[in-house]
Every structure is written in C-alpha cells, then in structure tokens.
Design a protein around this ligand. Structure first.
Ligand code: NAX
Length: 332
C-alpha cells in the first residue's frame, strides 16, 4: 500500500458528490492499492448536510479511506491535494441570464484557482464539472499561474458516455464494445458529438461505426440531438439533473488521466486549446486525447468533414464569447 493522497471534492453536499464520493473512496479512480484522504468543500449553509455525508462515508467502513476533512474554507480544502473534482457551482435559477450565471461562477472559480495556486500540490490534476465547465476551468487556471495550464480540464465525459450508450443501443451490443466517440467543443448545447472515428468490436475485430450503422442521416441528426439534449431529457424524467451518470463520468475522466488510455483508444476532455482542428487557441475546448504517464495529448490528424467543421466553428465561437464575457466580469 502506498501513502495516502489527498483528494478534494467541491460541492460535496450536492447530488453529484453524493454518488462521486463513494466511487472515489472505494478505489474506482485511483485504484485498489491507493489509500486516500477526502477533503470535502461546500458553503457555510451546507455544513449540516455535509456532516451527514461524512457520517455516511464513515459508515461505509471503506478500507482505502484514511480520513475525511469537511470544510467551508478553500485554504483547508485545497491543502496538499493531488486531485481536485470541482463540482460545486452556482446553479442557474429561473430568470437568470447566461451572463449572471457566468458572473457568479467566475467569482467562485477565481477564489478556488487562487486557493489551488497557494495550497495544492504543483502537479495537482483539476477536473471542473460545475457549469459552465469549460470557462470555469479557464478562469480557475488563470488564477493558478504556478500550476501548469495542462492540469486544468473540463468534463465532457458524460456526453461521451451518452454517445457511446446511444451507439451501443443502436447496434444492440454492450457499451464496452464501442469506443473512440468524440465530443468536440463546449459542454453546452453547441457541443459536437461525433461518431465518425468510433469503432465497434464485433467477433473480435474492431469495425468503423459508420460502416456498421449504415445510416448517415441518423448519425448526423438523431444521434447528435439525442446526445446534446440528453441532460434535459433526464431532468424531465427525474425532475433533477443527471447525478449518478455525472459522477461516473467524473470518475472515468480522472481515472483515465491518472491511469492512461489503452493503445489506439482515446477519450474526450476539455483541455487548453493549441488551435488544433481550427479551434480557437487558449479556450478550454473538448478534444479527443490519448493519455500516458499522467499527461494527455490531443489526437492529431483525424479527418473532419465539412458538416462537422461548421459545427466546430460554432462551438469554438461560443467559447470565445464566454471567455470574453468572463474577462469583462473579472476586469469590471
Ligand atoms: P447540487 O446543487 O446538488 O450541488 C452543488 C453543490 O455545490 C451544493 O451543495 C452547493 O452548496 C455547492 N456549492 C455552491 N457554491 C459553492 C462554492 N463556492 N464552493 C463549494 N461548494 C459550492 O448540484 P449537482 O447536481 O451536484 O451539480 C453540480 C454542478 O455540476 C452544476 O453546476 C451542474 O450544472 C454541473 N453538471 C455538469 C455536468 C458536466 O457534464 N460537466 C453534468 C452534470 C451537471 O449538470
């Protein structure tokens, strides 16, 4: 057994965290031989609820969990952490404009960026889940200049997993047989779910998904829209937003970042853009990445058709606009 690592989850009294904490604490992310100490951050009015979450974690009697630190102080929450799940954010309330939402969140992620900068390990891996996730990650990174930009990522893995599930259902195969789905761009309704480089394993060989589906119209419309609107569909049915699946996606994202991807396989993550595939530079843009030794690399050289190129432009523009609005708020 190695020494315990410290892992922070923000929004720890919320519904995603309720599933995520269990997954992390039982070894789904850092493996069965990695003990950990969980730092749980939430806001002062939620400290009572958080106490209940701590009691439940205690009562799980998990062998890998060496301690729990509940707090409303970012300086305590981010102290010496090796991994950060930034789930907590200001939710969109009725009548709230995008700008109001951005404004509230820019403030939260500025504070958390500064706290990471001062207190976290310099190689901390940060995953932003709280929306608007891409721009929140960008802001967080700006306020943590001593931590490499590559260490700040945003979650589009839920969209990727949703896409994988749609293809698996269409082909009537278990989802593990489907791989290399891509989500491009922003985690918003402009995201671009793309199955054109995906593979499906049938009788031991991997075949291109478009050739097996043989339904370009479905892939370009129904598939894309179903993935884009899946979050709203879950809210309609459950009267609450996706939580279990969001927690699973956050676990998948961080596990792959720490453990790496299989040869020939890639996953989608919102990462700092180098301008690949015509995306704007210096926004957090979701790309297909392969991961080795804890470092991600954008998969280069994939062919993009004209239809997808146009959609990539739209989602890139939206991210540039969000960045501009966020900077205006900061500088105001
Ligand atoms: P909940 O409202 O259940 O929980 C959020 C928690 O964050 C609350 O306990 C709240 O007190 C806390 N919080 C608020 N401000 C905080 C701060 N400054 N520091 C620490 N904690 C703070 O929301 P939940 O359903 O858990 O969703 C959390 C976030 O994930 C939301 O922003 C949501 O939009 C986002 N999502 C992102 C997804 C993605 O794929 N990137 C998908 C799922 C989810 O919708």
């Amino acid at each position: 057994m190695s020494e315990p690592i410290r892992v922070v989850v923000t929004g720890a009294a919320g519904q995603i965290a309720y599933s995520l904490l269990y997954m992390v604490a039982k070894g789904d992310v850092f493996g069965p031989n990695q003990p950990l100490i969980l730092h749980l951050l939430d806001i002062p009015p939620m400290m009572g609820v958080l106490e209940g979450v701590v009691m439940e974690l205690d009562d799980c009697a998990l062998p890998l969990l060496h301690g729990v630190v509940p707090t409303d102080d970012p300086a305590v929450a981010f102290k010496d952490v090796s991994a950060a799940f930034l789930v907590g954010a200001m939710p969109r309330k009725q009548g709230m404009e995008r700008k109001d939402l951005l404004s509230a969140n820019v403030k939260i992620f500025k504070v958390q960026g500064e706290a990471l900068d001062q207190h976290a390990k310099k190689d901390v891996k940060v995953l932003v889940v709280g929306n608007p996730a891409n721009t929140n990650a960008l802001i967080c990174s700006r306020y943590a200049p001593s931590i490499p930009k590559e260490n700040f990522t945003a979650m589009t893995r839920l969209d990727q997993n949703r896409a994988q599930a749609q293809i698996a259902q269409k082909l009537k195969v278990p989802s593990r047989q489907v791989s290399n789905l891509i989500i491009w761009g922003n985690h918003s309704s402009t995201q671009v779910p793309d199955a054109s480089h995906a593979g499906v394993e049938i009788n031991g060989s991997v075949l291109p998904v478009p050739e097996v589906v043989k339904d370009a119209a479905w892939l370009n419309s129904t598939f894309v829209e179903t993935v884009q609107k899946r979050g709203a569909a879950v809210i309609n049915a459950r009267k609450m937003s996706s939580a279990m699946s969001a927690a699973k996606a956050a676990s998948d994202h961080m596990r792959d970042w720490f453990m790496g991807t299989q040869p020939g396989k890639f996953v989608s993550m919102g990462v700092v853009s180098d301008g690949s595939y015509g995306a704007p530079k210096d926004v957090i843009f979701s790309f297909p990445v392969s991961i080795k030794g804890g470092k991600w690399e954008i998969v280069k050289g994939l062919e993009i058709n004209d239809f997808a190129k146009k959609l990539l432009e739209v989602t890139g523009k939206e991210l540039e606009e969000e960045r501009q609005e966020a900077i205006q708020i900061i500088e105001a």
